[in-house]
Design a protein around this ligand. Sequence first.
Ligand code: B12
Ligand code: SF4
Length: 434
Amino acid sequence: MDFSRDFDLVFITVTTVVAVRAYEVARLFRERGAKVVLGGIHPSTLPDEAIKHADAIVVGEGELTVPRLLEDFKKGQLKPRYDMPHMVEQWDAKPPRWDLLPQGYMFRDALTATRGCNYRCTFCSIHLALGGGRYGFRKKPPADVVKLVEKMTGPMVMFWDDDLLSDPAYTRELCEAMKPLKKKWMSQMSATYIAHHPELLKTLKESGCSAMFMGLESINQDSLRSVDKQNSAKLYEEMIRRIHDHGIDIHAGFICGLDHETVYDFERTAEWATRMGLAGALWRIMTPYPGTRQFAELKAAGRILTENWTSYTGEHVVYKPAKMTVEQLYWGHKWAKGQFYSFRSIGSRAIQRASQNGFGELLNITGCGLGYRSMFRLAADSAPVNVYRDMKHLPPQEEPVAYRFPYPQKSKFGFITDRVDKFRSKLQPRPSIN
Ligand code: B12
Ligand code: SF4
């Protein structure tokens, strides 16, 4: 980022994991005389923290608030805090400036057709932070969505909706409207609905849906129940088969370390995900984001280990797990992820899907697997296995800090990524925060 340029007004979106860095960036711009406005999920959750680092903050969705803020700014009367008057019913009236994103940016052609979802998982902050509990489900008329999609130039459209299946009648209409565009698209969708209404799959496929991202979270029903996730682990296998029968890929989200999980769940889940032929999966350590019910409960129980937001990545343990040690969770998660992205698992999933859906899937699943593998920089085949198998392997954790271990071993080609990182950090020296 170029800190040598002068700006009148700087807008920064802040999620929890980047909060510390965002505050640092805000400071650097303010030192150069700019007014800095912070918005997004983190300032909406913790306004009192965020305001210490900015000239103004925006709480909640921005569409209705920003015009007011700009008027005040022009008059030299910027207020410290702007709250949204009510939930936004219309967004992207003007097409977003996708062209400002650099070439090669992942999912450049991205939009949302709907906002909100019908569920209230305890680990999710959206409905509380962005809507103050009033985060209702809203949808854009399909014709308006089509107008936006027509402006996109890439081959794949990404719908970043919280759950594109919250109103199935709407999803059907949207699919019909998308069909003539002949674009491939993917979105986040809830497993619950598809499990009970598989007939929608044909419509989704015909409209160009090539993949779904689903937060399966766990294959342990007690764990799902403990976070108010409405999914049924029992239905997962049947549902996944049906989705694959229609030639649609599944990218799943798994949360490691939910309160009912033990060290044995890592292996069970990694084996299951391989057997199911998933195209990809995000493996995250449970992270209680501020503003969630989960955070409040763990905090009350004295189980939060750190409130250094930089550790809230999903790759670190920031709370005391219930049925394993911090180390077991940390390494068990790495191990499960490593297993799923091992060449063996990628190969097995690719062959399995090719036998179901044809040769194209061999290339598709292998490509996805290798892509994720390099993204996560996995030394997949060499992560330590015994750490979770032998529960007595490590002493119980007592030190109240987040764990940040380096990977134990690097792959043979690790030196290349190290050099690239070193070179990059030379180009962009990061000023320290104090
Ligand atoms: C898309 C997305 C991603 C994409 C981002 C893609 C991209 N290149 O943009 C990817 C997959 C990379 C991603 C990664 C992660 N994500 Co994410 N992601 C989302 C998702 C689904 C949609 C965000 C979005 O673009 N919404 C559409 C825009 C228009 O809405 P918005 O960002 O909220 O902005 C509105 C307001 O907040 C406000 N606003 C926002 N910024 C600003 C700034 C100013 C100045 C103003 C005035 C207003 C304003 O106005 C906007 C319009 O109303 C949200 C869920 C959600 N519904 O928010 C999760 C979400 C943001 N992600 C989340 C998480 C946890 C992550 C990861 C940490 C996951 C992980 N473990 O790796 C990483 C961290 C990434 C990071 N650096 O922050 C959490 C964040 C929780 C938190 N407290 O921080 C969310 C809320 C999901 C959840 N269920 O809790 N994510
Ligand atoms: S289904 Fe997804 S978006 Fe909805 S509450 Fe649960 S995690 Fe949040």
